[in-house]
Each structure stands twice: as C-alpha cells, then as structure tokens.
Design a protein around this ligand. Structure first.
Ligand code: MLT
Length: 202
C-alpha cells in the first residue's frame, strides 16, 4: 500500500477513525486523539507521503498557507486509493470512515470531502483551511463535519474557518464549529467538544 500507516483493530460496529497528522508529524501522532474520541473504534494512522525540509506532509505547498493545488489533487486521489486498499486488506467498512485531521491533516481531509462524494462518513477538522476555491463540491447531504477553529489562529484566520463552514453547508453538509482562543494549538477543551459532537452523530 502506498502510505506508511498503523492499523489498530477495534469494534467493527464502530466507525474506522482515519488519523491525519499535522506538518512534521507521523502516523503515530493522533492515536491519543482517536482513543479519546471513540475508545472502541478501529484506528488507522497514516503518514503523509510528501516531505518538506524533512517534515512529513500530505501534499506540497508553494509557501506557507498557499497550496500546490495540482499536488493536492494528486495526493487526495492517492489517499482515497489507499483507503480502498486498506479496507480490503484489514476488512473494515469503507463506507464507515470518520476522518480526524489536525492542520495539514485536516486540509487533506477537507480536500477529500471537496473532491469526492462519500469519501468519508464524517470528519473532525482541527484547525483546517479552505482546500480549494472556485470548485464545484459534490452533494454532501447528511455529511456531518466538526470544525475546531481559533479566534486568534495565526495560520488559519477566522474568516478561513467561516468560509469553509459556509461552503460545506452550501453543498448540504451539517457543520458544527467550535471556537477556541489558543492560536493554532489543539486544546483539551476542543477535544472535549469534538467528542461531544462525535457522540451525537455516531
Ligand atoms: C498547510 O500547509 O496545510 C497549512 O498551512 C497548515 C500547516 O502548516 O500544516
């Protein structure tokens, strides 16, 4: 399979949580988060296939905050293909995946949602940005999305979070947004809010 990854088998009745790290992370990073959100779920931690100055990422960027859209498209398809292969290999339900991403990982999760109908069944996006602009989204009816945003996030300006919410809602998605004030960091309060959202939807 085309991504370094770790799979941990859980209760097959629960969603598979796809764990997508931030820039410079690894497939191990978000296991603590997956276990906090749903202790019974199967977990799949995936390492980004791109490196930038030795740091793992899921796609290239031209400069900070400016994505290489061609590479983002390519890497999004690559990750979707990986999920198809991994579900066959490990026997989890391809139609029951909830993505949990932080920062760069949230951005590739957002790109999957923008690009493919039924890419995932739900998503928790911690500190995401708008992956693409001027793009026709698929029908996202009934897709629940949680956005963890920061009123003072220096990487993802508040307007970026509200634009993402509005665009997803325009395609039919059911979006909840949590506002913190701890910059780009992922706080315990944000994880508690994500867990409450997850328990309501899954
Ligand atoms: C990105 O490049 O995906 C965003 O700027 C967030 C990050 O720094 O990883």
């Amino acid at each position: 399979m085309n991504h370094q990854h770790i799979f941990k088998q859980g209760n097959p009745e629960r969603p598979l949580l796809l764990l997508l790290h931030g820039t410079g992370g690894t497939e191990h990073d978000l296991f603590f988060l997956g276990e906090a959100i749903d202790p019974e779920a199967s977990l799949l931690g995936v390492r980004g296939n791109v490196t930038e100055s030795g740091m793992n990422r899921y796609f290239r960027r031209l400069t900070e905050g400016v994505f290489d859209e061609n590479d983002l498209d390519y890497r999004t398809k690559e990750l979707i293909a990986f999920l198809d292969d991994a579900s066959a290999e490990y026997g989890f339900d391809r139609n029951n995946i909830v993505a949990i991403g932080y920062s760069n990982g949230a951005n590739i999760a957002g790109s999957m949602i923008y690009s493919f109908k039924d890419a995932v069944k739900g998503a928790i996006l911690h500190h995401p940005m708008v992956p693409f602009r001027n793009r026709q989204l698929p029908d996202l009816h009934s897709l629940p999305v949680f956005i963890g945003a920061g009123t003072n996030d220096p990487l993802c300006a508040p307007g970026e979070s509200t634009e993402l919410k509005a665009t997803l809602e325009g395609a039919g998605s059911d979006v909840s947004i949590y506002w913190g004030n701890a910059g780009h960091s992922l706080t315990n309060e944000e994880v508690v809010a994500a867990k409450a959202w997850y328990n309501k939807h899954f």
